[in-house]
Design a protein around this ligand. Structure first.
Ligand code: ADP
Length: 624
């Protein structure tokens, strides 16, 4: 391999993390190595978009010639991608090509380390190491570039991917970038025209600038979204979806819009079949692309959709935005607001249709995107009714994997029930085991089971539906069930027992009360009447370690054998220590079930103590 650096070349070391990454890229086995070409073409298209955008307000940047040329040389085993885009300065080369900024890169490293199978080359693209994907197929890369600004110096970047890269000045008369890959011996199929053409067709067909291969234009270059709806075939749409998202799974559905009137735009939008990697974690995750009169403006036009619809992917192209405005202004423009209003209406309308006519599809949608969709509860005011009707929750009446709408819940309510109820929990299983459900089960009152993390934050914004208040079961007004139970402690005995508990537990609880909600369990902890729901409180503790836990009310079941035995034990006298141990255990047990127990070892020791007591031979017990 030639060391082509000359005396004028400056040498730069790769940072440690970058060296590790390069080592992995060079030495791992890949499937889908061909995506390196998609990455290079996509960088070239970005560079062309940048210069085209700047040329709207700056005429010194050279002519309006935008294209990508691919040249193959099977003798020299090279593949070259050249664009007439914005080009790069030396600073760009060092800061952007020389380092990897993306926060996902470290995780990517981890991901790679864990696999010993060949790695899906596609991953490379997802983690923003696009340019370096070249090293899957090349052992030497030469990049020549000249920035579009008048008077810029031509530059030549060179690296074998090991340790360092060099930069030196070169003669270059026109703006743009040319990247030459010296292909590895096992990658020489990428200097065959048929192979390269096939890869471009597969991954880059909708790139909006012509791609030439040996003088032939290979790609379609067409704004599919501007074509009338009925002329676009399923096939073309799917291909376009793949192009925009790199997602090879068929989307759940699409919307192709031609809107004229108060606001004018064309859009081709998709609901993916599944949440994509990093979709909601990553602030700069791609969502909807914005074009103004066919000119690309930005990749992640977040102002075009409410946050809760951020799973939508695709393209919006409007003639109502002036081309020469900055990206920031575009975001705040009233045009963006109008587009958002229209898109929200259309998307909710589509979801409504699915929920009415295609339940399966709607369920699949809600299963994937429900958590994100529910984030609209605090914010979706304009189309609130329509939005709320689209919410789904599991309930004590549905199968564990199914959900109900609020409308259906209300339809099932019996005469006497005037509120709707919910229970917040970590998962369905825990929810169904909650002692606080016993009352509702006994009375056959349906309870919604809110088990998504977002529910805690959002449910407080849903205080009623169709004039029925929605309440946490912890805050429900309960009628006395115990009156039905014949075999319950007397009033005096109950008061006495409550006092014993209060004295022992002191200010660890806000109060101890006789429960109306328990049937089978001996005790439970609930929020104080004016307090925070216990699940909300747990969330607060997760967010803020120093969050001061509000005191709760311990409710005891005075029909339960344990409570009756405790009272007898107290009256018989002489075993106060055991009595205290059991009161502690009842309290800790309620903490445990509620997910609040911090010190399991005390609990377990006490349990042993009680088991010793319970297994002691009868004559011993009498004696003690
Ligand atoms: P990404 O494209 O995800 O940002 P890359 O490693 O592929 O990551 O590219 C890093 C940066 O290098 C790009 O963001 C761009 O600024 C610059 N760059 C890459 N290719 C070109 C090109 N052909 N023309 C101009 N700039 C480029």
């Amino acid at each position: 391999m030639s060391d082509s650096s000359s005396p004028t070349a400056r040498q730069y070391e790769y940072r440690a993390q970058m060296q590790q990454l390069l080592h992995l890229i060079i030495h791992s086995l890949y499937t889908h190595r061909e995506i390196f070409l998609r990455e290079l073409i996509s960088n070239a298209a970005d560079a062309l978009n940048k210069v085209r955008f700047l040329q709207l307000s700056d005429t010194t940047l050279g002519d309006e010639d935008y294209h990508i040329t691919i040249t193959l040389d099977s003798e020299a085993k090279t593949l070259t991608v050249e664009d007439t885009g914005i080009g790069m300065t030396e600073e760009d080369l060092v800061e952007r090509i020389g380092t990897i900024a993306s926060s996902g890169t470290l995780e990517f490293l981890d991901e790679i380390r864990k696999t010993d199978k060949p790695i899906d080359g596609n991953l490379i693209g997802q983690f923003g190491v696009g340019f370096y994907a070249s090293f899957m197929v090349a052992d030497e890369v030469v990049l020549e570039t000249r920035h579009a600004a008048p008077g810029s110096q031509g530059l030549r970047w060179h690296s074998t991917g090991a340790g360092h890269y060099t930069i030196e000045p070169v003669e270059r008369s026109s703006r743009g970038t040319r990247i030459t890959l010296h292909l590895k011996d096992d990658a020489t199929d990428f200097c065959e025209a048929y192979r390269v053409r096939q890869v471009i067709r597969q991954y880059s067909n909708f790139v909006e600038f012509p791609i030439f291969l040996a003088e032939d234009q290979v790609n379609t270059v067409e704004a599919l979204w501007r074509r009338s709806r009925d002329t676009v075939t399923d096939e073309e749409r799917s291909e376009f979806y793949r192009f925009v998202t790199n997602d090879t799974t068929k989307p759940l559905g699409h919307l192709h819009l031609h809107i004229e009137g108060m606001v004018n735009f064309n859009a081709l939008l998709f609901v993916p079949a599944a949440v994509q990697q990093g979709m909601f974690q990553n602030e700069d995750q791609k969502t909807v692309q914005l074009y103004a009169s066919g000119v690309f403006i930005q990749d992640n036009a977040r102002s075009l959709l409410p946050e809760y619809l951020r799973f939508i992917r695709g393209v919006v192209d409007t003639d109502d935005l002036p081309l020469n405005v900055s990206r920031e202004v575009t975001q705040k423009s009233p045009v963006a607001g109008k587009i958002r209003t229209t898109l929200t209406r259309k998307i909710l309308g589509m979801l409504e249709e699915w929920s009415a006519d295609d339940g399966d599809r709607y369920d699949r949608f809600f299963q994937e995107f429900g958590p994100q969709f529910k984030m609209g509860l605090p914010t979706e005011m304009a189309r609130r009714d329509q939005y709320i009707k689209l919410l789904r929750y599991p309930s004590t009446r549905t199968k564990p994997t199914e959900t109900t709408s609020l409308e259906d819940y209300v339809a099932r309510m019996s005469e006497g029930q005037d509120s709707m109820y919910y229970l917040l929990a970590d998962n369905i299983d825990t929810a169904l085991r909650s002692p606080n459900l016993e009352y509702f089960r006994e009375r056959e009152i349906e309870v919604l089971l809110l088990v998504d993390a977002v529910d805690v934050f959002t449910i407080m914004h849903l205080s009623e539906f169709e004039d029925k208040p929605l309440k946490s079961i912890e805050q429900a007004d309960l009628e006395d069930l115990s009156e039905k139970a014949e075999d319950t402690l007397s009033h005096e005995a109950t008061d006495g027992l409550l006092t014993l508990f209060r004295v022992r537990l002191g200010d660890r609880v806000q109060d101890v009360k006789a429960s109306k909600r328990l049937v089978d369990s001996a005790a439970t902890l609930v929020a104080a009447a004016d307090g925070m729901d216990t699940q909300t409180e747990r969330m607060m503790r997760m967010i803020n370690k120093d969050f001061e836990t509000p005191k709760k009310v311990l409710e005891i079941n005075t029909s339960h054998a344990l409570m009756k035995n405790l009272w007898t034990l107290h009256q018989t006298g002489g075993r106060d220590e055991l009595l205290d141990t059991i009161i502690e255990q009842v309290y800790d047990g309620a903490l445990l079930v509620g997910g609040f127990l911090d010190h399991a070892s005390d609990f377990s020791q006490r349990m042993t103590q009680i088991m010793v007591e319970a297994t002691r031979p009868a004559q011993d017990r009498q004696a003690s």
